[in-house]
Design a binder for this molecule. Structure first.
Ligand code: PGA
Length: 248
């Protein structure tokens, strides 16, 4: 049976009280569907509220938007994996394009974060994707595969079950432009081939992200290479998100 993952990246939105209100509205409109996993990535301050509010649903997982690779210490403003886990996270995004291109996160840092998450027994959702200039220069696959190798370079071969990949072309994020399903699928196929070369023993989920909404999600999920979606703007409304996770 095909497994689909629907991931909501709430970015710098949704305070704890809003997370509770979102969960009660969403849960009233959405029932678990076999073969579907729902991830919510709230801000660090709303992790615990979200984890508690969604607590009863076995298909729901809560993740941090970013973590530091050190377990503790003098890192003002950062969230460690034990802190996120203590608040209810069982995974985290790593290398989201806003971390890379707004906050200057390097490939090497993504590798450390993935390795630390996997060592702690959590899931790492590693985001890769090219900028517009890289796409125009014909470097899409080279950039994505470089980010993939750097992000996964420190992992152990027994940790593949904790790895999810999200392909998010930077030019498609929050812009209303999205890759055509066929374009996305061909990058997904290249990512999947690289995962095989890196030693992935079976099929790992590869999600698509970038301006996914109610109008385009069905055509993206129609591609067998696309195992789900990572969604920002269209995940902020509980009714709309309930419709998206019911697609297909
Ligand atoms: P968007 O964001 O759906 O608002 O384009 C996706 C993401 O950045 O994960």
């Amino acid at each position: 049976m095909r497994h689909l993952t629907f991931a909501a990246n709430w970015k710098m939105h949704i305070a704890p009280a809003e997370a509770r209100a979102f969960a009660s509205a969403f849960l009233a409109q959405s029932n678990p569907v076999e073969g579907r996993t729902l991830w919510f990535f709230p801000s660090a301050v709303s992790l615990e509220a979200a984890a508690n509010a969604f607590g009863g649903r076995a298909d729901v997982r809560i993740g941090a938007q970013d973590v530091h690779w050190e377990a503790k210490g003098a890192f003002t403003g950062a969230t460690s994996i034990p802190l996120a886990h203590g608040a209810g996270a069982t995974g985290a995004l790593v290398g989201h394009s806003e971390r890379r291109h707004v906050f200057g996160e390097s490939d090497e840092e993504t590798g450390r974060k993935v390795a630390a998450l996997l060592a702690a027994g959590l899931t790492a959702m590693l985001c890769v994707g090219e900028q517009l200039s890289e796409r125009e220069a014909g470097q899409t696959q080279a950039v994505c595969l470089r980010q993939l190798r750097a992000g996964l370079g420190g992992m152990g071969q027994d940790q593949w079950g904790q790895v999810v990949i999200a392909y998010e072309p930077v030019w498609a994020i929050g812009t209303g432009r999205n890759a055509t399903p066929g374009d996305a699928a061909s990058v997904h196929a290249a990512i999947r081939a690289e995962l095989g070369r890196l030693g992935a023993p079976g099929r790992r989920p590869v999600l698509y992200g970038g301006s996914v909404n109610q109008g385009n999600v069905a055509s993206l999920l129609a591609e067998s290479e696309i195992d789900g979606v990572l969604v920002g703007g269209a995940s902020l409304d509980p009714a709309g998100w309930a419709r998206i996770v019911a697609t297909g």
